[in-house]
Design a protein around this ligand. Structure first.
Ligand code: G3H
Length: 554
């Protein structure tokens, strides 16, 4: 394997790249295990619309992995996917609209019990595709083998938990209330057509965290997989087709701006569900002619800080900051993207943290004990290098020895200190392996920065003294939506609310909250008189309304 060593001349702020070929010691990449070898390319020739796997004869886009299959580095072609356009996008929209049929469709009016059965049969079929999906997760986005299995298993668990939560929601609603002489039977109903767009870093899990609750609540959906992590959806197409009535799930391939924009322009989408960045969310939202009708379920960018207080337990803090900054190479919206360390422990923190970063293992996703893996976006190493060059030019130094070393598809995480607010690495969501560190004297400094920031997802607070922590927790809880005490930031467990302030999110996701985000309260009400009581009693006895029902699903 080839790597490039970046030598940084901080004196004249020039960075010289020298390509050297050598055996990688801590980063040795072993041969590709038989089970994970790409023996056949996958050329996806169908897409799912109106319950049919329609044949695609048009243009296709290659799916290329940045992982090499050969000793001399070369990207690997995995296959191709349809490159669809406006016509197919509008076909998918028509199919979703027909399945919703102004609220009269089979799916939005179906009994909860029947919708649950469809979802159960889907998840059972999905479980059979575990190995195929996991293998593609590794190749397409470079996620390590344990994390790829975790992504699949976590998604399956999320579906089972969603089914249970939906049953509980239904049980809670199986009753009548009476206030001021008016009875009410209150449930949650679907919103209509949902357009779902997921991110490349969790192409299965986060897309399904939107799609599954949207479907189970009775909406009809159009789903376009992310740019990277697209082939891994293809083994699941048949399960979507066979488990849900026609038009409930429509799956398109292509570029967001080509297929999603025309769908939004029709004004017929009721919910935009997107995990990605606020720029795309705003651009799509603006296409909708009546944005007041559009519900937004958005998980967006963040710049979660770690704040390390003088009495922080150093070993634990460093371990949490390592996983917080570098799990999946920092390509997580919840990653720690800026680290504030108190002046008193800055030197010790930087020394130990830098050593730990350099001790991590780089390799292919299936290599044992690997922490750092190839970046799926071919341009990402160059982008990270730009951030690095900018910071070095403005006075930061690379603290760790390996920081900035280039591989063909990777750049070694650089621990940068001292970082200042005029640096791009401070301002931009790096979403990759580079770690800006700032020191502070006064806790107001990181707090002011957070208040000024465009983001407000989470924070990690490291320290022990309860009298220092208490007021900080009270303030931080109002600046972000999750304060992690002596723990890195993360989304899970999925039963907890996942949301953010400012540019970081809109609506809340969790097993419980997502069902609410994709539905609306709607109810039948009647004044307490003989006519109404008799009518409703007859309605209940006849058991012909799926909405008006007090049946319990066990
Ligand atoms: O990309 C953002 C993800 O929601 C992060 O999720 O904390 O489970 O890695 P995670």
């Amino acid at each position: 394997m080839v790597f490039v060593l970046a030598l940084c001349n901080t004196g004249d702020h020039l960075t010289t790249l020298i390509k050297v070929k050598q055996q990688l010691m801590a980063t040795t990449t072993t041969a590709i295990p038989e089970a994970f070898q790409i023996k056949e390319e996958i050329h996806q020739k169908t897409y799912l619309v109106n319950g049919e796997l329609r044949k695609w004869d048009g243009d296709t886009s290659p799916v290329i992995s940045t992982i090499s299959s050969t000793e001399e580095y070369a990207p690997t072609t995995l296959g191709s996917v349809p490159d669809m356009g406006e016509t197919e996008a509008l076909e998918a929209l028509d199919s979703a609209l027909a399945a919703y049929d102004k609220g009269q469709g089979l799916w939005p009016t179906m009994k909860v019990k029947d919708r649950v059965e469809c979802m159960e049969s889907f998840v059972k079929k999905m479980e059979q595709k575990r190995e195929q999906v996991v293998k593609l997760l590794m190749w397409e986005i470079g996620k390590s083998k344990p994390d790829s299995y975790k992504e699949f298993d976590r998604t399956v668990e999320y579906i089972y938990d969603t089914i249970e939560e939906y049953k509980q929601l239904d049980r809670n609603n199986a009753k009548f209330e009476k206030h001021d002489g008016v009875y009410a039977h209150i449930r949650r109903g679907p919103l209509g057509v949902v357009l779902c767009l997921g991110p490349y870093n969790y192409p299965l899990n986060e897309t399904f965290a939107l799609l599954i609750p949207a479907i189970i609540m009775g909406n009809t959906t159009i789903f376009k997989p992310a740019k990277h992590g697209v082939l891994l959806i293809t083994p699941l197409l048949e399960a979507f087709q066979s488990c849900f009535p026609k038009g409930v799930v429509n799956i398109l391939f292509g570029r967001g701006r080509t297929v999603a924009a025309p769908i939004m322009q029709t004004g017929k989408v009721d919910v935009l569900a997107l995990i990605g960045n606020s720029k795309s969310a705003n651009a799509l939202q603006e296409q909708h002619p009546k944005s007041n009708r559009l519900r937004l379920v958005l998980g967006l960018e963040a710049k979660n800080p770690a704040i390390v207080l003088p009495d922080a337990e150093l070993d634990l803090t460093i371990n949490e900051c390592i996983s917080g900054t570098l799990s999946f190479n920092g390509q997580r919206c919840t990653a720690l993207k800026v680290v504030y360390v108190h002046d008193e422990i800055k030197d010790k923190f930087l020394k130990n943290f830098a050593e730990k970063v350099d001790g991590l293992k780089f390799g292919n996703p299936w290599d044992d004990g690997v922490s750092l893996t190839p970046l799926p976006e071919p341009d990402k190493p160059a982008y990270i290098q730009e951030l690095l060059d900018d910071a070095l030019a403005k006075g930061a130094k690379i603290i760790n020895k390996k920081g900035g070393k280039h591989f063909d598809n990777y750049i070694w995480p650089a621990v940068l200190y001292p970082v200042t607010k005029d640096m791009r690495v401070y301002q931009e969501e790096q979403f990759g392996p580079i770690i800006p560190v700032l020191s502070f004297q006064d806790i107001e400094e990181p707090l002011d920065d957070m208040a000024e920031s465009n983001y407000g997802q989470q924070v990690s607070l490291f320290g022990k003294d309860v009298y220092t922590l208490s007021p900080l927790i009270d303030t931080l809880a109002n600046l972000v939506c999750r304060v992690n005490l002596n723990s890195s930031c993360q989304r899970g467990p999925d039963v907890y609310p996942f949301t953010g302030r400012k540019d970081s999110a809109q609506s809340t996701l969790s097993v419980h909250d997502a069902l609410r985000s994709f539905s609306i309260r709607t109810f039948v009400a009647f004044k307490d008189n003989n006519l109404n009581v008799q009518t409703v009693e007859q309605l209940m006895e006849a058991k012909v309304s799926n909405f008006l029902s007090t049946d319990y699903i066990l």
